[in-house]
Design a protein around this ligand. Structure first.
Ligand code: CAA
Length: 240
């Protein structure tokens, strides 16, 4: 079993919790980041986790960095597609950049990375691919036609991928978090966030560790019979 994991967007928010959880369980984690070099370096030092800077929305950068990682550490056996952004606006106010940036980072990254790691997973007869989607890709959300479309598409991507790779010892599953206590959610206007929390049966935000635990579980050898599945972790906000 190949214990080298790439976690995209792995130095902040949910991704940081996933990186730490996997690393503390003996997995060699490489945490990707795109912009904030200072905080990524700090994350790396504090947690003793290697970080790598590249843009997941660029196919060429993904290809190049998957190769670099392979040479330096060995081939990637665990891929956590976590990097995601929001550019919230109602459709009548959304511009084309807000649409494209979100689709490029949240959806095109899945193709950019999976297509570059899949060959060595097939050769090794082992792979764990976990996509972080969102409750808003399941139920929709005012102001998020771009984000909800990108996150909903991940379900179809993951299930199709699972069909293609299941016989090769590779799994592809989705974890769909609800509103989790991260910078992304903290950026929602206070009154709007309060009204969202009121609609959550659990009456609280989730904790990033509550996502990281299930992601770790899905990386295990004994999770090999879980394929094409969705794990919804949202305090009851959407039950499916
Ligand atoms: N349902 C129906 N109508 C709504 C609404 C809703 N949920 N939210 C706002 N409206 C209405 C308002 O009542 C208002 O109506 P009037 O013009 O008649 O008064 C109108 O829409 C405009 O509302 P805003 O003043 O809020 O519009 P805005 O342009 O300033 O802001 C917005 C729009 C940025 C989308 C803002 O509403 C917002 O931030 N919403 C929250 C979106 C959200 O939940 N994002 C999640 C981010 S975290 C994340 O995505 C992680 C994850 O996976 C869960």
């Amino acid at each position: 079993m190949n214990k080298i994991a790439l976690v995209t967007g792995g130095t902040r928010g949910i991704g940081a919790s996933i990186s730490k959880k996997l690393s503390s369980n003996g997995i060699k984690v490489i945490a990707n980041f795109t912009s904030d070099e200072n905080s990524a370096d700090k994350f790396s030092t504090v947690n003793n986790i290697d970080v790598v800077k590249f843009d997941v929305s660029s196919f060429d950068e993904c290809k190049e960095n998957v190769e670099i990682i392979k040479k330096k550490y060995g081939s990637i056996g665990i891929l956590i597609n976590n990097a995601g952004i929001t550019r919230d606006a109602a459709i009548h106010k959304m511009n084309v950049s807000q649409w494209q940036e979100v689709i490029n980072v949240n959806l095109n990254s899945a193709f950019n990375l999976v297509s570059n790691v899949i060959e060595s997973m097939r050769e090794n007869g082992f792979g764990r691919i976990i996509h972080i989607s969102s409750v808003n890709g399941q139920k929709g959300q005012f102001g998020q036609t771009n984000y909800a479309a990108s996150k909903a598409a991940i379900f179809g991507f993951s299930k199709s991928l699972a069909l293609e790779v299941a016989s090769k010892g590779i799994t592809s599953n989705v974890v769909a978090p609800g509103y989790i206590n991260t910078e992304m959610v903290a950026a929602i206007r206070e009154d709007i966030l309060k009204s969202i929390i009121d609609t959550i049966p659990g009456k609280r935000l989730g904790n990033p560790d509550e996502i990281a635990d299930i992601v770790y579980f899905l990386t295990l050898k004994n999770s090999g019979y879980i394929n094409g599945a969705t794990f919804s972790i949202n305090g009851g906000l959407r039950m499916d």
